[in-house]
Design a protein around this ligand. Structure first.
Ligand code: 4AD
Ligand code: MG
Length: 436
């Protein structure tokens, strides 16, 4: 084997290895041969590069191996880096050694396969350039969330995944057998975070969240990751400002770290940049209803929740995410308190993403009135005993406090311009799929 240093493909494409002999470790992404030449494209996780294998430039048996190796075969390829404007990425590897680690069987994924087939083969399909790019953006989004909260004085705080209570309504709880009794998978970290703020002040977390959603939409998963925050002494205005700052920071980080991935995914970086530099408006639910009824010609009754159709129609009038506050109290979760200035509405908000990506954040101030919360829980048949610990938080030094949750996959789907939220997570769980 010629002398060489192992490198990542990105290092070559960044221009730092031109005219040097290097080795790359990867997998065959594409290959075709004609006579005494094999044109392969190798991928290594960081990027792809064209590698040209010519008989005579390497040992004959290695040339034969290169010729017969099918896509997804694992290889170590050594060669000279040559600048070539016609090659994808602008560089080519002129191969001097082609070492096959494993000859792959015929790869089951070819072009134009159905989404269901690709889901069955998800463990292989995650190697695609598209999902590779999504996972990199997702990693940036997750990193940005941690950085944002840590830099702003929030403490990471973990809650149990097995919880005896609902937070967002009993109908979407996943029940789990727990020794001789039963419990539920977490629907939200919130109720425990409300306990934590009396110890730590400002807390955040990101973790798996479970909802037995009966809806088969492009926005719903049964298992998703929610990034939540909770802060003592915080009221709705400040809360919505934190949410806007967080989303803006996430976009900025993706723009900085993932320009290539945004291109692979067909996302317009200029549009995102403009969005990150434009203030996100705040409107009330009442204003949203007026817009829908007066401008968009809909006929939405006051008191109804905004469904996908209403959210999408509303967002035709905005190019950035929008915060909508003060939804009707009655359709809100038990912990959202009435707004003293408009008691038919709650001190709550949703943030809605543009271009049909829907609600990306839900949050609120938290109720402090035990009797009101009891009444709301009883109306839905909840056992009040299970919530006594939560009411204790209002008995010992109660203060105004607030929090929200960001749907990580909703944000990733939006930033990556995905057709479905299922591609924002590696192994999606939905109403009709929990494998592989
Ligand atoms: O609006 P939600 O239900 O709010 C809560 O759970 C609060 N307890 C959060 C809090 O205040 N700490 O959910 C928050 C966000 C939604 O805005 C949405 O982005 C996402 O979580 N989400 C889902 N994402 C994917 N699939 C689902 N089934 C989702 N349900 C909610
Ligand atoms: Mg919500």
């Amino acid at each position: 084997m010629p002398k060489s240093t192992p490198v990542q493909i990105t290092e070559i494409l960044d221009g730092g290895k031109t005219d040097q002999v290097v080795s790359i470790k990867g997998w065959i992404y594409r290959t075709r041969s004609s006579g005494n030449i094999v044109f392969t494209v190798i991928r290594d996780g960081t990027n792809i590069i064209q590698a040209t294998v010519k008989r005579g430039n390497l040992k004959d048996d290695e040339f034969e191996d290169a010729k017969k190796a099918l896509i997804e075969s694992s290889v170590i390829v050594t060669g000279v880096v040559v600048e070539d404007k016609r090659a994808p990425g602008g560089y080519e590897l002129r191969v001097e050694s082609f070492h096959v680690i494993q000859f792959a069987e015929v790869f089951p994924i070819t072009e134009d396969q159905s989404p269901e087939f690709l889901m069955d083969k998800r463990h292989l399909w995650i190697r695609s350039q598209k999902l590779n790019a999504v996972f990199k953006v997702r990693s940036t989004v997750v990193g940005a969330i941690h950085t944002f909260f840590r830099d702003n004085g929030y403490i990471e705080f973990d809650a149990p995944v097995l919880q005896p209570n609902q937070c967002e309504g009993g109908s979407t709880l996943f029940e789990v057998k727990y020794y001789d009794t039963k419990t539920f998978l977490s629907q939200s970290w919130q109720l425990y975070a409300e306990a934590a703020v009396f110890s730590l002040g400002k807390v955040y977390n990101m973790g798996p969240t479970f909802r037995a959603e009966r809806s088969k939409t492009s926005r719903h998963l049964s298992e998703f990751w929610m990034a939540e925050m909770e802060a003592a002494w915080m009221e709705l205005d400040e809360l919505t400002q934190v949410a806007k700052d967080e989303i803006r920071f996430i976009i900025q980080q993706v723009l900085e770290k993932n320009p290539r991935e945004l291109t692979v995914l067909g996302q317009d970086s200029e549009k995102l940049k403009k969005m990150a530099n434009t203030p996100f408006p705040t409107i009330t639910y009442d204003e949203a209803i007026s817009l829908l009824n007066e401008k968009a010609g809909m006929n939405i009754q006051w008191g109804k929740d905004l469904r996908t159709l209403e959210e999408n129609t509303l967002m035709q009038y905005f190019e950035t995410p929008v915060v909508v506050t003060n939804y009707p109290l009655e359709i809100m979760a038990f912990y959202k308190p009435p707004d003293p200035l408009n008691p038919k509405t709650a001190l709550c908000f949703d943030m809605i993403a543009p271009e049909g990506y829907g609600e990306i954040i839900g949050g609120s101030q938290r109720g402090l009135d035990i009797d009101y919360m009891k009444k709301r829980l009883q109306e839905t048949g909840e056992k009040i005993e299970n919530y006594q610990w939560y009411f204790d938080l209002r008995r010992y030094g109660s203060v105004p406090h607030s929090g929200y949750g960001v749907g990580v996959e909703r944000v990733v789907a939006w930033i990556c311009r995905l057709d479905t939220i299922k591609d924002a997570i590696a192994f999606p769980r939905t109403m009709n799929r929990y494998s592989p």
